[in-house]
Design a binder for this molecule. Structure first.
Ligand code: AMP
Ligand code: ZN
Ligand code: FE
Ligand code: FE
Length: 281
């Protein structure tokens, strides 16, 4: 079973890379991609923890913003982790997440919701990308809300008045950067509409022109009918079709392998990288 999109404690997942590897082995995963938000900080631990027959695909989920301000997530897989421009792009996004978090906190404070940056940072693992799920955890600890899910349904939703965006590359820039670092790119959950505005077919075509390799069709945030449309798009644009869990440990209901990628599709995708970079124990 091939699962190409998961998160660890180096972003907003709750399993360390080592725990993630162990869970993947127990869940019968054969190929696992580690794709923390805007970070490769978990790669080393994942490599060291790797054992058995599991194949490890190192990657990152890159937070992007289109010129119209639509949030798009691009999975970069199998890129060179020493590519300087790539590392710089990820670092710029991570850095801007700190002032962004402070602004969100100020907006909440102005409405009488008492929460501090210190409280948020206290729930962020060492070296992790700071995101809204951490703010949600801090609000849960304070008793304002019951869960991360509740936060994303209301207070911290993309449409909420407390929402602030952070610096992010356009998806075209991210895709070109992934390619120049030797990797492959897949647009994550393109039709996850309840999170906010999504791209239309013309916008997806522009990403294909920029070098997009694949499209995540099978993802829990996309309905059966949305998946059918995406499959048609994939066929007409000659894109690899992927499926994944977007596992976040206890941070989301998603379980490892709940959606997966067909081995033939993975073979095609892997062959599009400039080198064989899958890690084996
Ligand atoms: P941010 O990148 O800081 O804007 O936060 C967005 C991230 O929050 C997404 O990439 C998801 O991983 C996570 N997220 C979105 N919805 C939920 C939810 N309902 N429960 C938990 N985490 C969520
Ligand atoms: Zn996440
Ligand atoms: Fe995502
Ligand atoms: Fe994700």
């Amino acid at each position: 079973m091939i699962d190409l999109h998961t998160h660890s404690t180096y972003s907003d997942g709750t399993d360390s890379p080592r725990e993630l590897i162990n869970c993947a082995l127990s869940a019968g995963i054969t190929t696992l991609a580690l794709t923390d938000h805007d970070s490769i900080a978990g790669w080393e631990e994942a490599k060291q923890a790797l054992r058995g027959d599991l194949s490890l695909v190192l990657g990152a989920e890159i937070s992007c913003l289109t010129e119209e301000g639509i949030s798009v997530h691009i999975l970069g897989l199998l890129f060179d982790g020493e590519n300087k421009q790539m590392l710089q792009m990820l670092e710029e996004t991570r850095d801007s997440r700190i002032p962004r978090m402070k602004k969100m906190i100020q907006l909440l404070n102005a409405e009488g919701i008492e929460i501090t940056m210190e409280e948020v940072l206290s729930v962020v693992s060492d070296g992790a990308t700071v995101g809204r799920p951490h703010l949600a955890d801090a609000l849960v600890a304070r008793g304002y809300i019951g869960s991360r899910n509740e936060a994303f349904d209301g207070l911290l939703n993309n449409d909420s008045k407390f929402y602030v965006s952070h610096l992010a590359p356009t998806p075209e820039v991210a895709i070109a950067q992934i390619k120049s670092a030797g990797g492959v790119s897949v647009i994550a959950h393109p039709f996850a509409s309840f999170r906010g505005a999504t791209l239309d077919e013309v916008a997806i075509e522009s990403l294909v022109k920029a070098g997009l390799n694949g499209i995540e069709v099978n993802h829990r945030d996309q309905s059966e009918s949305e998946r059918i449309v995406l499959l048609q798009l994939a066929t007409s644009m000659n894109l690899v079709v992927t499926g994944s869990s977007d596992y976040h440990g206890a941070g989301k209901l998603n379980s490892l392998g709940e959606n997966s990628t067909n081995p033939g599709q993975w073979e095609l995708l892997e062959a599009m990288a400039d080198q064989r970079r899958v890690v084996r124990a």
